[in-house]
Design a protein around this ligand. Structure first.
Ligand SMILES: Cc1ncc(COP(=O)(O)O)c(C=O)c1O
Length: 371
């Protein structure tokens, strides 16, 4: 089986986990946690990292620290993983969905302003499949309307917008370290910010709302959203590999782009985009099927499966799914990307020979006689 994604773990990860086990610090105290938080925040170019048990709760923690709750609205892209919208729902606020930009699949910044109401409190731009959002217009609309920005960078560790790393634009930015992400801690997440007060609030909320000066005194209802030292032990070793893993993702994207270009030139598919202002990290290299292949995403997935190649459809637009189906305006662009998109194997272990097998399977579909 050629896997769609796979963690890249080595001796350093093993050494760190053994050290954590031997030290006895297996819960949420231990040296690896501050080391991972500080190292990852510095990597993003911000001052604080608050590690969490996964990326979904990182989003919930960020929104809660910003005071978002019932009666508020938060703008989220229609096309993202459901956790982005669910985190808003957990706070009691309402996610308001905005369509994608056709050229790079993330939220279309020109559609944000029309979605703003007096209840809007924040925008969550999602750097989808590793491609950064167009942050300048998003930040300027947020400034004009005094809205918070929470970047959802779960899929985009190391991606850059106009030479600046994602995670450094929002009031708070959230990452996931799930096993299929660019770096992993098994399960895990982190909120990063340069705002001292927000970092302090998130640390308190992450730890049951316990007053840092008075043990077992709780001023607010908090959560147990802490990361363990075992997870952070993995994280420290993974962080040292992050640049190499990003370079590998980009190399794989280059192989796909070169091999699939003839099909793209024939108008049969759209390659995974990278805008001139972006450094995309191609979390999952994805293509859209066009022309006579337009309705073939399902068949392509079957064809790949028959060749023991793991692939997956692009996310469904969130407003098409039961929990959010009463939301207005699904969005034409996100619907098209979703119905024509396929994510191809993108594990760092992928070889050029395996990429050729994938490309042959895609090509064979284009050579089938139309039925
Ligand atoms: C865009 C996006 N946001 C949030 C998450 C949630 O992260 P986690 O799975 O670590 O809870 C994920 C991925 O899993 C994601 O892809």
């Amino acid at each position: 089986m050629i896997p769609i994604a796979e963690p890249f773990l080595g001796q350093e990860e093993l050494n760190n986990v053994i050290e954590a086990v031997r030290s006895g610090w297996v819960s949420s105290k231990g040296r690896f946690i501050p080391e991972f938080e500080g190292g990852f925040a510095a990597y993003c170019g911000v001052n604080h990292g608050v590690a969490t048990s996964n990326g979904t709760v990182a989003l919930h923690l960020a929104l809660t620290a910003l005071g978002i709750g019932p009666g508020d609205e938060v703008i989220v892209p229609a096309l993202t993983f459901i956790a982005t919208a669910n985190a808003v729902t957990y706070t009691g606020a309402k996610p308001v969905f905005v369509d994608s930009h056709p050229d790079y699949w993330c939220v279309d910044p020109t559609l944000i302003e029309p979605a703003i109401t007096p209840r809007t409190k924040a925008i969550i731009p999602v750097h989808l499949y590793g491609h950064p959002c167009d942050m300048d217009p998003i930040m300027s609309v947020a400034r004009r309307h005094r809205l918070y920005v929470v970047e959802d960078a779960a899929e985009a560790h190391g991606a850059e917008y106009r030479g600046k790393r994602v995670g450094s634009f929002g009031d708070i930015s959230c990452f996931s370290f799930y096993g299929n992400k660019i770096i992993t801690t098994g399960e895990g997440g982190m909120c990063v910010t340069s705002n001292d007060e927000l970092a302090k609030t998130m640390r308190i909320l992450r730890d049951h709302g316990m007053n840092p000066e008075r043990r077992y005194w709780h001023d607010v209802v908090g959560f147990n959203y802490r990361m363990t030292n075992l997870q952070a032990a993995l994280g420290v070793a993974q962080l040292a590999r992050l640049d190499a893993l990003v370079a590998r993702k980009r190399e794989i994207a280059g192989w796909y782009a070169e091999a699939l270009k003839p099909l793209a030139d024939e108008g049969l598919l759209t390659l995974h985009p990278e805008m001139p202002w972006a450094k995309c990290v191609f979390w999952l290299y994805s293509v859209l099927l066009d022309g006579r292949l337009r309705n073939s995403a399902g068949r392509l997935l079957q064809e790949l499966e028959a060749h023991a190649i793991e692939a997956r459809p692009v996310f469904h637009p969130i407003p098409t799914m039961p929990p959010y189906s009463s939301a207005v305006a699904v969005g034409k662009v996100s619907s098209t990307i979703s119905s024509t998109g396929v994510s191809l194997p993108s594990a760092p272990s992928l070889t050029p020979a395996q990429v050729s097998v994938v490309v042959r399977a895609v090509r064979s579909l284009s050579e089938e006689r139309p039925t």
